[in-house]
Design a protein around this ligand. Structure first.
Ligand code: FRU
Length: 330
């Protein structure tokens, strides 16, 4: 029944090799992949499906698309490979899909193919990780500077002045990594000392091994701030294995119910800040665009904070005092 309402197509096209065997939404192979006669084909390029958050994004897109039977979504997994993701966008253009949704791995290398698709007349929704310039239809994501700043402020409120901090950063060639770091520094406002920072590329195993290095180098670590929950969890596992997790604070970002929020409920993390996937909002915008309506150039999603105190009651909406608001980032 589901498949008659919503055909979710996965392309496997040599030599692109850009398809995933494990894409989360229901899938059926389609070798023609032409725009459907009675509807619209949306090409969706996901930068990887190795993290629960991205699997969730695809599910959110699939669930929202299912409510719009005129949409066919072609999901592609770039498997964390920038060149593969570039090829996927180019292929969507060649195949003349009606609209592209892309969650890019990193900004600079994806900017050009996205701009070319847009200039070829295909509407492009950039989701979660921004690209450079303005050659796309709309960008949808939460405010990473604000989230980083809120995490910095929360940590500053929970540490001594001389606290020693480890920062496990997301991929620093991606805009969320850069923005979360910038916000974090602003939020700390000089409190504590960052004694170790490393790019864990958003990945739990890398975070764990960077944390092993930090533990080996520093006898005192009070706080681990990671740019996402897999990173915070990796940091926790390393500290736990070294018998040093007990007195440390662990703070992450994403707050998936089954991941970060569950970690807070289990006292593994002390706080997590939500980064919504934007999957449902992307489909909402896609429907508007495909029906000739205009959408804002930038759609900023709200975020929530989950702590030991509020996790039982669904967290708390993140707001900033007007004085600390910054203009939206490009
Ligand atoms: C998943 C992820 C999330 C993070 C987002 C940032 O790949 O690392 O954990 O919030 O990407 O773009």
């Amino acid at each position: 029944m589901r498949s008659t309402l919503f055909a979710c197509l996965v392309l496997c096209l040599a030599p692109l090799g850009g398809c995933s065997e494990n894409s989360s939404p229901p899938s059926s192979a389609d070798t023609s992949a032409q725009p459907s006669k009675n509807g619209f084909t949306i090409g969706m390029s996901q930068c990887n499906l190795g993290e629960p958050w991205r699997v969730q994004m695809n599910s959110d897109i699939a669930a929202a698309a299912e409510k719009n039977p005129e949409l066919n979504v072609v999901f592609k997994d770039a498997q964390n490979d920038t060149l593969r993701q570039r090829s996927q966008i180019e292929e969507f253009v060649t195949r003349k899909v009606d609209l592209i949704i892309v969650s890019p791995k990193e900004a600079q290398p994806l900017t050009e193919p996205i701009a070319k698709a847009y200039e070829a007349g295909i509407p492009v929704i950039v989701l979660d990780r921004a690209v450079n310039g303005d050659k796309f239809t709309t960008f949808i994501g939460a405010d990473n500077v604000m989230i980083g700043r809120a995490a910095g402020q929360w940590i500053a409120d929970h540490i001594k002045d001389d606290a020693k901090i480890v920062e496990l950063m997301g991929l620093m060639t991606s805009v969320p990594g850069q923005d979360r770091h910038r916000g974090f520094i602003e939020g700390l406002a000089g409190k504590g000392e960052i004694i170790f920072s490393a790019d864990m590329e958003w990945l739990e195993p890398e975070a764990r091994s960077e944390m092993d290095s930090a533990l080996a180098r520093f006898d005192r670590i009070d706080v681990v701030f990671a740019h996402n929950d897999p990173g915070a969890h990796g940091g926790y596992l390393a500290a736990e294995a070294a018998g040093r997790a007990e007195n440390m604070l662990f703070v992450g970002i994403d707050a998936l119910p089954q991941e970060g929020v569950a970690y807070v409920a289990k006292h593994i993390l002390d706080a997590t800040f939500q980064y919504p996937t934007g999957g449902a909002e992307a489909i909402e915008s896609a429907v508007k665009i495909l029906n000739g309506q205009s959408v804002p150039k930038k759609i900023t999603l709200p975020s929530r904070v989950f702590t030991q105190e509020n996790v039982g009651s669904g967290g708390e909406l993140l707001t900033e005092p007007a004085t600390s608001r910054r203009p939206p980032q490009p």
